[in-house]
Design a protein around this ligand. Structure first.
Ligand SMILES: Cc1ncc(COP(=O)(O)O)c(C=O)c1O
Length: 366
């Protein structure tokens, strides 16, 4: 079976370097907040450009929560997000005491600027854009609406490392960008890891205080903080992978090009790339008429698939219970959830695997 992801093969690609980095941390005797974290923070910020700074944290959800908190988002504030986003984004907002307010996505699965104004109330404080599946969102209109309505802008870049809009990397458009380095991400660690990036040094300083018990120096606590630190081992391993990102992204692009050129089936819609946006192909999402039948057909031909996501975040039980959302509230999102399918997309896929996927998709008849 060709899997959607194969993390062991991802490790084997640069195995010697990972092992050397891990051993070096293990032998150092220093495991939390040290040279590896400092170096990764500098290297990641430099690789994004835009004179940003970075604070490494324990995972992507913590990045969202800490970044919003450090920017002053709190009790009762409303934050506009896309209805087809990921539940972790909503949890990060809720954990600050704020409330996610949903708008529908555009034809590229990204937050549709057209919906923002209608969702604004006197409690709206911010827009939190998630650049989904690896593609950057068209930011000009979103920036303009935020500007007109006095809203802060945040970006969830858990799926969009190095995806750019008009040449600027995602994460650099607003007050702060939030990254996950969950193992399956394009820049994935070997456990949980995340980061907040911002051009605002004071915000980064606050995140660093909040992630470490609210402590600005040893045994001195100025905030009721958390333990949400990035550890040395993950930072050391991320430094290895970060160096290889150009080739990783190039390989993903090659595979996407092969899929785009090779898949030809009237029952399958291919992903579209918006003008001025780059796509880093975190996931290759197609649309089909009959999702379950299509997935079963591919499975029988040895191709695993996935759905991101079958149930939108506002219909998750925890959200329905709290806010009373119901099926039909966001029809564009629900239509998407019923028809999208994730194909295998691994930068280490071989020719035969790519061909097998293309052949299986082309053989499907609805
Ligand atoms: C869009 C999005 N936001 C947030 C997260 C949460 O990141 P993490 O799993 O590191 O907490 C993820 C990934 O899992 C994600 O895809």
């Amino acid at each position: 079976m060709i899997p959607v992801n194969d993390l062991r093969r991802s490790f084997e690609l640069f195995q010697d370097e990972y092992e050397e980095a891990a051993l070096s941390v293990l032998r150092s005797g220093w495991y939390v907040l040290g040279n590896e974290v400092n170096s990764f923070e500098t290297e990641f910020a430099t690789s994004l450009g835009g004179s940003c700074e970075c604070a490494g944290v324990a995972n992507g959800l913590d990045a969202i929560m800490l970044g919003l908190k450090a920017a002053g988002i709190g009790e009762g504030d409303e934050v506009i997000v896309q209805a087809n986003g990921y539940i972790a984004t909503m949890l990060g907002i809720l954990q600050c005491g704020a409330v996610p307010v949903f708008v529908e996505p555009d034809a590229y699965y990204q937050l549709d600027a057209a919906g923002i104004e209608k969702a604004v109330t006197e409690r709206t404080k911010a827009v939190l854009v998630t650049h989904l599946y690896g593609q950057a969102t068209r930011m000009d209109e979103i920036l303009a609406v935020c500007d007109q309505n006095g809203l802060l802008l945040f970006e969830d870049c858990a799926q969009s490392h190095f995806a750019a809009y008009k040449g600027t990397n995602t994460g650099l458009f607003g007050t702060a960008g939030f990254f996950s380095f969950y193992p399956t991400k394009n820049l994935g660690a070997f456990g949980d890891a995340g980061a907040v990036v911002s051009k605002d040094s004071e915000l980064i300083r606050k995140v660093k205080v909040l992630r470490n018990y609210g402590s600005d120096r040893r045994y001195h606590n100025i905030e009721t903080g958390f333990n949400m630190r990035l550890d040395e081992l993950q930072a050391g391993l991320l430094r290895v992978k970060l160096k290889h990102m150009p080739e990783i992204l190039k390989n993903r692009e090659e595979i996407a090009k092969r899929y785009l050129a090779g898949i030809s089936n009237p029952a399958v819609s291919l992903p579209a790339i918006a003008a001025d946006c780059t796509h880093t192909w975190y996931q290759f999402i197609i649309r089909v008429d009959k999702q379950a039948a299509f997935r079963e057909f591919l499975k029988e031909r040895g191709v695993a698939t996935d759905i991101s996501w079958e149930v939108p975040p506002y219909l998750q039980p925890c959200m329905v219970e709290r806010f009373g959302y119901k099926t039909g509230d966001f029809p564009v999102t629900e239509e998407l959830c019923a028809h999208i399918v994730t194909l295998p997309m691994m930068d280490y896929m071989d020719e035969a695997e790519i061909d097998t996927v293309i052949r299986a998709v082309n053989a499907y008849r609805s």
